[in-house]
Ligand binder design. Structure first.
Ligand code: FMN
Length: 340
């Protein structure tokens, strides 16, 4: 989870390590880091740690060693912001699948990624994954959700290319597929490789129908998990709002032999967690509940567990191992932090 606690030079900070380690101590089985840029031109915001250079390996080793003291697995989330990587932060004109209006670009437009850019970024994802292996991580999650570069390629709105990287969902998913292939060819077999996807994004014209086709295609690639970012596990599909099936069920009910599925979105209580499992998820992800409740995973064994929801006091968040920049960032999430 993005927490903005790292240093401007891309090094992971002790505050960010402390926040993650506290959740490992609280029995979360998998600790996935914040989205972390694999290329210098892919950074999405300040306080984001980087994976684009070997100089980060020492600090990443410190993180993995600290997490492993508590028997959790540590995954890095590999990310490129594409048109959402601000030029004022990276010094580069944002690139994406096609030339597009872009408020993060000084010129007002993105640059269309050339074939050379695309292969360079595939290599950047691969080198970042190899750095994670060298740093003692157990696996990586490719961030293909939420409208960043991989989803920009999947998007019918952004991706207007007519070459092998565009066209129908087969072409638009080619960038993701080449990243997965390249990573899997360069990491040991027991290194965990999964992807996170948003099954639907209205503004980007990413439809459930295309996501089902995409998952049918990637499920045979030896992925260790597919993580569905549902935002709300109880929400119906945008495409079929009258159908009682929830987003995860559309996938788990229509595709056989899936790799393990992780589902995330508004899971707060033990009942919510059970609901996600009943929808066909093998594992559940939590973000917001893990912020005030570092022992959430330990407590979830209690079937009636349902801790109070936001707002949370600054003191409670400090006690949960959040430093000032993270608490300030959480003020941007509506009603999460109590007013001073
Ligand atoms: C503070 C915060 C930071 C987040 N950072 C990331 C991130 O770096 N990568 C990502 O894939 N999702 C990120 N998300 C989205 C969450 O992973 C999750 O999908 C979403 O918050 C819904 O789950 P929840 O209801 O358990 O919070 C973030 C969410 C929050 C609240």
């Amino acid at each position: 989870m993005t927490n903005k606690q790292s240093y401007a030079d891309g090094t992971i900070s002790q505050n960010e390590i402390n926040w993650l380690v506290r959740r490992a101590k609280g029995s979360f089985g998998i600790i996935t880091t914040a989205a972390s840029h694999v290329s210098k031109d892919g950074q999405g915001w300040e306080g984001e740690f980087g994976l684009y250079d070997d100089k980060f390996i020492d600090c990443l080793c410190l993180l993995s060693r600290s997490i492993k003291r508590y028997d959790s697995l540590i995954f890095a989330q590999l990310f490129h912001g594409g048109m959402r990587a601000p030029e004022h932060l990276t010094g580069f004109q944002p690139i994406t699948a096609s030339r597009t209006i872009c408020k993060e670009s000084k010129s007002g437009y993105t640059r269309m990624a050339s074939d050379h850019d695309i292969w360079r970024i595939i290599q950047d994802f691969t080198s970042a994954a190899v750095r994670c292996v060298e740093s003692g991580f157990d696996g990586i999650e490719l961030h293909g959700a939420h409208g960043y570069l991989i989803s920009q390629f999947l998007s019918k709105t952004i991706n207007k290319r007519t070459d092998k990287w565009g066209g129908d969902i087969n072409g638009r998913s080619q960038f993701l597929i080449e990243i997965v292939n390249s990573i899997k060819n360069n990491v040991p077999e027991n290194f965990i490789v999964g992807i996170r996807l948003s099954p639907e994004i209205e503004e980007l014209n990413i439809s459930l129908e295309d996501s089902i086709k995409l998952i049918r295609k990637v499920k045979t690639m030896g992925l260790d998990f597919i993580h569905l970012s549902c935002w709300d596990i109880y929400a119906p599909s945008l495409q079929y709002p009258k159908d009682p099936k929830r987003i995860a069920e559309w996938i788990t009910h229509s595709i056989d032999n899936l790799p393990p599925i992780i589902s995330t979105g508004k899971i707060w209580s033990a009942e919510d967690a059970q609901n996600a499992i009943d929808q066909g998820a093998d594992l559940i992800g939590v973000a917001r509940a893990a912020i005030p409740y570092p022992d959430w995973a330990k407590n979830i064994e209690e079937t009636k567990y349902n801790p109070p929801k936001a707002p949370f006091s600054v003191q409670q968040l400090q006690d949960a191992e959040l430093s000032a920049p993270f608490i300030n960032y959480m003020r941007k999430w509506k009603s999460f932090v109590e007013d001073d």
